[in-house]
Design a protein around this ligand. Structure first.
Ligand SMILES: [Zn+2]
Ligand SMILES: [Zn+2]
Length: 326
């Protein structure tokens, strides 16, 4: 069942705390557009290491790399990135669909294997991001560090990686009372270190079974575990940095969120970030037919098999009414 939310429904669809409703911050002060320099810097910071990694893979081809390890890298990437976008983000944070306890646990475990923190911590941080988008209390905005060159570089670094190393405010649990009340979520969240370890060991075990060698197993851990985590990290963090600096803004979302086609695809739908900030509870982030949204396709597939229900999407007139310039 697809739930289309009208202008009232979009408000009432939030089953998360009222403080997490994004795009409606009190005051909604006007903001300046980030400069070309800031946006270019973020793109370089993100794209160059990826190009380096692709080059390394090409150089290793036939020596330290094999189809088995490529399969583990791609398969592990898709599964754990889905754990983040479908699980951590669309299900646990924004309640954009409902499911059963088993699927909930699987999504939580896959998201944990991306090594971005426990469910509780990730969701609390992300709800705080929506509550304070691109303002001082946003945990990872690139746009709150001043207008000089050095401040802009610091902003891009902070939004992409630096925020990861800054202490979170106390009482973060106030953002997740709904999750704390759910036994399955508490259980998966508490065992976070176990899921991280399994996320590294399982690809090693699969590689050992296929190649029959311990070197093959080690390379399985490297490519299916470590390199896969590196890729998922940088794609996820690019939503925080690149997608608040570089891309289009079809909706007036009162922050700097942007739709970025590269991360729309690499992030399995996450890069349609301006759409997401305009309609936070929507299970569908790619709102136009050409905006590929793998995460939404997976949610609809789960629905087909009876594993997802009450999928929230904004009604067409609601989407048209929120378009910038109207
Ligand atoms: Zn954002
Ligand atoms: Zn969100």
């Amino acid at each position: 069942m697809i739930l289309q939310t009208d202008s009232v429904g979009e408000q009432t669809a939030h089953s998360q705390p009222a403080s997490c409703i994004e795009g409606t911050h009190p005051g909604g002060e006007p903001m300046e557009r980030p400069s070309l320099l800031a946006r270019t810097a973020s793109l370089v910071v993100v794209v160059v290491p990826l190009i380096g990694l692709v080059t390394a893979v090409a150089l290793l081809w036939g020596t330290g790399f094999s189809w088995v390890h490529l399969g583990l890298l791609v398969g592990g990437y898709v599964l754990t990135a889905l754990g983040i976008t479908v699980g951590y983000h669309r299900f646990f944070t924004h309640k954009s669909f409902e499911t059963n306890a088993v699927v909930k646990a699987v999504l939580g475990v896959l998201g944990s294997m991306a090594v971005e923190g426990s469910i509780m911590h990730w969701v609390a941080t992300h709800r705080r991001h929506h509550q304070h988008s691109d303002r001082d209390s946003d945990p990872h905005s690139p746009n709150t560090h001043g207008g000089g060159l050095w401040e802009m570089i610091k902003g891009v670094y902070h939004a992409h990686i630096g925020w990861f190393f800054t202490p979170a405010p106390v009482n973060m649990e106030r953002y997740v009372p709904d999750l704390a009340a759910d036994g399955v979520t508490r259980w998966v969240s508490r065992l976070f270190p176990l899921w991280v370890a399994l996320g590294l060991l399982i690809p090693g075990g699969i590689a050992l079974a296929i190649t029959g060698s311990w070197i093959g197993a080690g390379l399985g851990v490297l490519w299916g575990g470590v390199v896969r985590v590196f890729l998922v990290h940088h794609v996820t963090w690019s939503i925080n940095s690149v997608c608040h600096l570089w891309g289009t803004r079809p909706f007036d979302s009162r922050d700097h969120s942007r739709n970025n086609v590269i991360f729309g695809i690499l992030g399995l739908g996450e890069g349609w970030h301006n759409n997401h900030h305009a309609f936070p509870t929507s299970a569908r982030h790619g709102l136009s037919w050409w905006q590929i949204d793998i995460g939404y396709m997976v949610i609809r597939t789960l629905e087909f098999f009876g594993l997802a229900r009450a999928i929230r999407v904004p009604a067409p007139d609601r989407i048209a009414g929120r378009r910038a310039g109207r």
